[in-house]
Design a binder for this molecule. Structure first.
Ligand code: SF4
Length: 298
């Protein structure tokens, strides 16, 4: 179950491949964006329905460690449930002791590491002007020695940006100094923020996997098992998905646990009303919220 505690596109980075579009609030300032009690009340409500939840995962519309309450929220979750907690982070703020302390009670941390040289970092991740990749790497190393849970490094490869052999070889050297249990390799499978950000072929990704060796897995396109729907209103649930990122009919069907024919009916209606639009990527239709949907329809 995803928990989103940062406003839409509030992030320390503006990755060329971001499936949420361009970053509208690029910042490194941590703020109390959502009150801990509000998040915990909502979680209590969901948990009280007795549905099976594998992980409570911090991710969503921006960088979750930018929320200065994340530590308090994780501790609160631990006091109300045994469900494991995961934090998906871009890792840029891990050089701050306070950030590492805040997420140390999670069970699993999935930090990104797309580049290790400043030039490539700037090209692929377009960081906040004050961020240096060396500091980020130092933060990751510290975290990996302090944290007692699992760390899975996530790497997104973009053709012509960070997939060159010299950068991959440098990544391999750095990774050998970070304690981790897994490396997840990914490429641009969803419509990115920038059209020029394109995917590697399966063979190219396999080549990187071989170069990196060790604990690498290539992430298959996200396919959720049947998952319970928490929104009572299917239309609102679909809108919420298209608001966060571009999604296929199968994504919606798998995420909400409803038949794809049912999804198609809702999407047809939403398209006719110009609330969602189709974006083509790699020959596949993705649905996303229209740039200026009619407010009264939402
Ligand atoms: S991919 Fe993640 S880290 Fe990169 S801009 Fe989007 S939200 Fe931020």
């Amino acid at each position: 179950m995803g928990v989103d505690i940062t406003p839409f596109k509030t992030c320390t980075l503006d990755c060329v491949y971001c499936q949420l579009g361009r970053t509208t609030n690029k910042t490194i300032k941590r703020e109390s964006y959502v009150a801990s009690n509000d998040v915990l009340d909502e979680l209590r409500d969901v948990l009280s329905r007795g549905k099976r939840i594998d992980y409570i995962t911090f991710s969503g519309s921006g960088e979750p460690t930018l929320n200065s309450n994340i530590g308090e929220i994780i501790e609160g979750i631990k006091s109300i449930t045994d469900v494991h907690v995961a934090v998906i982070t871009n890792g840029t703020l891990l050089y701050e002791r306070a950030v590492r302390d805040a997420i140390c009670h999670a069970d699993l941390i999935i930090p990104s590491l797309d580049a290790v040289s400043q030039e490539v970092f700037e090209r692929v991740n377009r960081p906040h002007v004050s961020l240096r990749v060396n500091r980020m790497i130092e933060g990751l190393k510290c975290l990996s020695h302090e944290f007692t849970g699992e760390i899975w490094l996530e790497m997104m490869f973009v053709k012509g940006y960070n997939d060159g052999p010299s950068e991959v070889s440098r990544i391999k050297t750095i990774v050998s100094k970070i304690n981790h249990q897994r490396i997840q390799l990914n490429t641009v499978v969803r419509p990115p923020a920038e059209r020029l950000a394109t995917a590697l072929s399966p063979e190219e990704l396999d080549g990187i996997k071989t170069m990196l060796g060790g604990k690498c897995n290539i992430i298959e396109e996200f396919r959720k098992k049947e998952q319970e729907i928490y929104d009572t209103d299917t239309r609102t649930a679909i809108l919420n998905l298209t608001r966060r990122r571009s999604v296929t009919v199968s994504d919606i069907s798998n995420s909400l646990g409803i038949h794809r024919n049912e999804v198609i009916k809702y999407l047809r209606d939403l398209r006719e009303k110009k609330i969602v639009r189709i974006v083509m990527h790699c020959g596949q239709d993705y649905y996303k919220l229209a740039d200026e949907p009619h407010k009264e329809e939402l």
